[in-house]
Design a binder for this molecule. Structure first.
Ligand SMILES: NC(=O)c1ccc[n+]([C@@H]2O[C@H](COP(=O)([O-])OP(=O)(O)OC[C@H]3O[C@@H](n4cnc5c(N)ncnc54)[C@H](OP(=O)(O)O)[C@@H]3O)[C@@H](O)[C@H]2O)c1
Length: 403
C-alpha cells in the first residue's frame, strides 16, 4: 500500500538527511586541503537542489516521450543547472509507481495496480508541510487530474501541464487558478497546451507585461483539420480525407471530436485569456465541419459522404479565385470564432504544410505588420520537449524559492 510505504520511507530519509546536515554544519578551524575539498563538496551540494517530479499519464504518447527525454537529460541538468530532477512517482488510472530514491524514467516500473487510497496518499505526501520541492507534470487530458491543481498550487507544489482542461473551464475557475498560483508564488506552466513547443503563451504574457495591448489573434492551430483540407485541395474526397487523417493517427480516436473543433475551441480559449480577453467558453463560436444532427440521424460516414460534392465545388470555386480553404481560429475583445474560411493562396496560412501551426498576433504596436509565431503544432516528441522546458523553468523557480 502506497500510503504505508510513504510513511515508513519519509521517516528513514528524514534521519539520513538530518545526519548529513549536521555533518555539513561542522565549523572549519583551519583551511587544510582536505577541509577545502570537503567545503567545495558541500558548496556544490548546496548549489544542487533536488526536485521531486510526479508524472500523470507516463504511458501515454506524450508521457512516454517525456520519460525518455528526462532520462537523457537528467545528468546534464544536474551538472549544468544544479537541478536534481528525481521521478518520485508516476501513475495513470490503472497503475502507480513510487520511490523516494527516484524511479528510472525511461521505464518507471514496477507499476503496481492503483488502490483507491493511493492518489490521496500521494497528494498528502506532496502537500505535507516542509515537503521537498515537488512538481506535478500532467500528461493526461483528464478533468480528475486538473481538479488537483488548486490544492497542489496552494501547497507550493508546481504544476506543469499539457492538459488544457484546467485553463478552458469557466472564467471564475480560471481566475481562481491563476490567483492561487500567483498569491502562493507557485510555478504554474502550460505552454504546450497550445501549439506544442511553439512559444506562444509566454510571449503573449510578456507582451502584456511590457504594456503592449493585444488587439486580436488569428491562427491555424489544428493539425488534423489542416490535413483534411490540404488533401481535399489535392483532389481527395472530403470523407476519404477524414478517413485518411484518422488512419494516420492525426485525429482523436473519434474524428467527430476534431470535426466539431472541441479541442480547438479549448486551445483558442486558453490563447484568448493569455491575450487578456476575459472570455467564457460560450464566447467561442464554432462552425463545425460536420453537422452533429446529421451525424446522429445517418451516422458519421454517411454524413461525411453527403458533404463530398459540396466540398468539391467549394474547392473548385476557391481555386478559380486563387484562394484556399483553411480552418481559422480568431479571437479579439468581441469573442472567438472558429470556421473554415477562404484565404488568398499566397497567404502564410494557405502555404502552411499540414501539421504546422501559425499564429498572427496584432497589437497596438504591431498592427500593420503583425507578429507571426509558428512551428510544429503537435507530436509527442516535440510536445514532450516543450514540457521539459516548462519543467526546467518551474524547477529553477522552485530551487530559487527553497534556497
Ligand atoms: N499528442 C500530442 O501531439 C499532443 C500535443 C499537445 C498537447 N497534447 C496534450 O497532451 C495530453 C496527453 O496527450 P497524449 O497524446 O499523450 O494522450 P494519450 O496517449 O491518450 O495519453 C494520456 C495518458 O493519460 C492517462 N490518463 C487518463 N486519465 C487519467 C487519470 N484520470 N489519471 C491519470 N492518468 C490518466 C492515460 O492512461 P490510462 O487511460 O491508462 O489511465 C494515458 O496513458 C493531452 O491533454 C493532449 O491534449 C498532446
Amino acid at each position: 500500500m502506497l500510503y504505508l510505504y510513504i510513511e515508513m520511507n519519509v521517516m528513514t530519509s528524514a534521519v539520513t538527511a538530518s545526519a548529513a546536515l549536521s555533518a555539513a554544519a561542522l565549523p572549519f578551524a583551519r583551511a587544510t586541503p582536505a577541509r577545502l575539498q570537503a567545503a567545495a563538496a558541500i558548496s556544490r551540494s548546496t548549489r544542487t537542489r533536488r526536485i521531486d517530479l510526479v508524472i500523470a499519464g507516463p504511458r501515454g504518447q506524450v508521457g512516454s516521450a517525456l520519460c525518455r527525454q528526462l532520462a537523457r537529460q537528467q545528468a546534464a541538468l544536474l551538472a549544468g543547472a544544479g537541478l536534481d530532477l528525481r521521478l518520485l512517482a508516476a501513475f495513470d488510472r490503472h497503475g502507480l509507481a513510487f520511490s523516494l530514491e527516484g524511479l528510472d524514467p525511461p521505464a518507471p516500473t514496477p507499476f503496481a495496480p492503483r488502490q483507491p487510497r493511493d492518489v490521496d496518499a500521494l497528494l498528502d505526501h506532496l502537500c505535507r508541510p516542509r515537503a521537498e520541492p515537488a512538481l506535478l507534470v500532467d500528461c493526461t487530458a483528464s478533468d480528475d487530474v486538473a481538479d488537483w491543481y488548486p490544492r497542489l498550487l496552494s501547497a507550493g507544489v508546481a504544476v506543469v501541464g499539457a492538459n488544457k482542461r484546467a485553463n478552458s473551464r469557466d472564467l471564475a475557475s480560471w481566475r481562481q487558478l491563476q490567483d492561487c498560483a500567483s498569491v502562493c508564488g507557485t510555478p504554474y506552466r502550460y505552454e504546450t497546451t497550445v501549439g506544442a513547443a511553439i512559444p506562444l503563451l509566454g510571449p503573449l504574457r510578456d507582451l502584456r507585461l511590457r504594456g503592449e495591448r493585444v488587439l486580436g489573434l488569428q491562427g491555424v492551430l489544428s493539425g488534423s483539420l489542416s490535413h483534411v483540407l490540404h488533401r481535399v485541395h489535392a483532389g481527395c474526397a472530403f470523407s476519404a480525407a477524414v478517413a485518411e487523417a484518422q488512419a494516420l493517427g492525426f485525429t482523436e480516436p473519434d474524428p467527430l471530436e476534431d470535426l466539431r473543433a472541441i479541442d480547438l475551441a479549448r486551445k483558442l480559449l486558453v490563447l484568448a485569456r493569455e491575450c487578456g480577453f476575459a472570455l467564457e467558453p460560450a464566447d467561442i463560436h464554432v462552425e463545425a465541419l460536420v453537422d452533429a444532427a446529421k451525424v446522429q440521424a445517418s451516422g458519421l460516414d454517411a454524413a461525411l459522404r453527403a458533404q463530398d460534392r459540396r466540398w468539391r465545388e467549394r474547392v473548385a470555386e476557391a481555386d478559380r479565385a486563387g484562394e484556399r480553404w483553411v480552418v481559422l481560429a480568431e479571437v479579439d475583445a468581441g469573442g472567438g470564432r472558429i470556421a473554415a474560411q477562404r484565404v488568398p493562396a499566397t497567404s502564410s496560412f494557405a502555404a502552411l504544410p499540414p501539421g504546422q501551426n501559425l499564429v498572427r498576433i496584432r497589437t497596438d504596436l504591431q498592427d500593420a505588420a503583425p507578429l507571426l509565431l509558428g512551428g510544429p503544432g503537435a507530436g509527442p516528441e516535440i510536445t514532450a520537449a516543450g514540457l521539459l522546458s516548462d519543467i526546467v523553468g518551474a524547477a529553477r523557480e522552485l530551487a530559487w524559492r527553497h534556497g
